[in-house]
Design a protein around this ligand. Structure first.
Ligand SMILES: *Cc1c(COP(=O)(O)O)cnc(C)c1O
Length: 399
């Protein structure tokens, strides 16, 4: 018998594919805004699984939904209806005003579905139009189609040949979108706030302009709400701030509160898949859908989103004050999706310094830090974060 814990064994990390530089820490527990590693050390978590843990680590509503649904029914095949799938679809259509939902397992898969739905609609109703206008620096996922839809410069040549049919324009440049429209165009697709690009907002004026332009030209507006949806910005969906609605929206991250769950949500006029065009073995499974229902029910409780707005303002105020003290740059974002611009490319160093002090934050760009705490984060936890961040930033800027 060998009782050595796996993380203490020599070469324990070697069997995990090396796709990102992970620190040699093994997490074994989480509660609310806090994570615990194998040595018992606690970390204040402002990454939260990558903006997925809407309700924090191991929240009661999700633990109970999982336990209850696991006892009742885990999987019954995507060829049959199940109760959580129906309930989740009803909740998402009720709050979005859209009409039909396809459940998926990841953001990229939901976006693939959106791209396929737009192309199908173009083939049926727009004379074979298939081009989708997307934004420079946008991020839509890591499958081949969603990488092609993304506007990451580092991905231009990766995994060639690339899927064609995506035309890139600068964010917030309506004239550029207009100029890019051809008879082949079927849709415009973007994030209301570009998360991976460093929390860069599409302006309300741009979103409204896009809504009018796409209507005028008979094009679809596809919003990737994977990072901005499910309360993250202080509204159920990010587009609500601009007072518009898309034809197609995709959700993932926060929808599952930590479990793999995504959704493709569309207006009834666009829902034109024929049998066999779309599907997936795990799509709409009751176990994950039950979690999605629990998350939706929590974030739509009276006062929940008011807390997100208040906590988001508290975070932004604190970051602005820190920025003035430390000589950093602007604070971007909405609700509990915020970024702090540093004037130099020191964000990865600040992330490391913060982690050594027990704080987990993310650097989407070398010059920016991103904050995506649980939507249930307390003002006190935000203050603790700011204190540690202040020390870590000063340490890096001084060194
Ligand atoms: C995370 C993200 C995706 C990809 O989601 P996965 O679940 O990682 O496939 C797509 N779009 C946006 C805006 C995202 O933030």
């Amino acid at each position: 018998m060998n009782n050595t814990p796996i993380e203490a064994m020599p070469g324990a990390f070697d069997a995990v594919m090396d796709i990102t530089p992970r620190p040699p820490i093994v997490f074994i527990g989480g509660q609310g805004s806090w994570l615990t590693d194998a040595s018992g050390r606690r970390y204040l978590d402002f990454i939260q699984g990558w903006a997925v843990n809407t309700l924090g680590h191991s929240p009661r509503p999700i633990v109970e939904a999982l336990a209850r649904q696991a006892e009742a029914l885990i999987n019954c095949s995507p060829a049959f209806y199940n109760a959580p799938m129906l309930r989740l679809a009803e909740l998402l259509t009720r709050y979005s005003g859209l009409h039909q939902v396809f459940c998926a397992n990841s953001g990229a898969e939901a976006n693939e579905g959106a791209i396929k739905l737009a192309r199908k609609w173009g083939a049926k109703y727009r004379d074979g139009a298939y081009e989708i206008i997307t934004m420079d620096h946008g991020f839509h996922g890591r499958t081949l189609a969603t990488m092609a839809a993304s506007g990451k410069a580092q991905w231009e040549q990766l995994y060639a040949p690339k899927l064609s049919g995506f035309i890139k324009v600068p964010l917030n440049d309506l004239a550029a979108v207009e100029a890019a429209i051809t008879p082949r165009t079927v849709a415009v697709m973007l994030e209301p706030i570009q998360g991976e690009a460093g929390v860069v907002e599409a302006t309300d004026a741009f979103l409204r302009g896009l809504r009018s332009l796409t209507r005028e030209c008979g094009l679809l507006l596809i919003l990737d709400e994977i990072q901005t949806g499910i309360g993250r910005t202080g509204a159920v969906f990010g587009y609500e701030h601009a007072g518009i609605a898309p034809d197609i929206m995709t959700l993932a991250k926060g929808l599952g509160g930590g479990v793999p769950l995504a959704a493709l949500v569309a207006h009834r006029d666009v829902c034109c898949f024929d049998y066999g065009d779309q599907g997936g073995t795990f799509c709409g499974n009751p176990l994950m859908a039950a979690v999605g229902c629990a998350v939706m029910e929590e974030i739509t409780q009276p006062g929940f989103l008011d807390h997100v707005v208040r906590a988001g303002e508290h975070l932004a105020d604190g970051l602005r004050a820190l920025s003035r003290r430390c000589g950093c740059g602007e604070v971007r974002g909405k609700g509990l999706l915020r970024a702090l611009a540093l004037q130099r490319n020191v964000a990865p160093a600040v992330v490391d310094a913060a982690r050594k002090r027990g704080l987990l934050i993310n650097a989407p760009r070398a010059d920016s830090l991103r904050f995506m705490p649980a939507l249930t984060v307390t003002l006190d936890e935000i203050d603790q974060m700011l204190t540690t961040l202040d020390r870590a930033t000063n340490e890096v800027l001084a060194g």
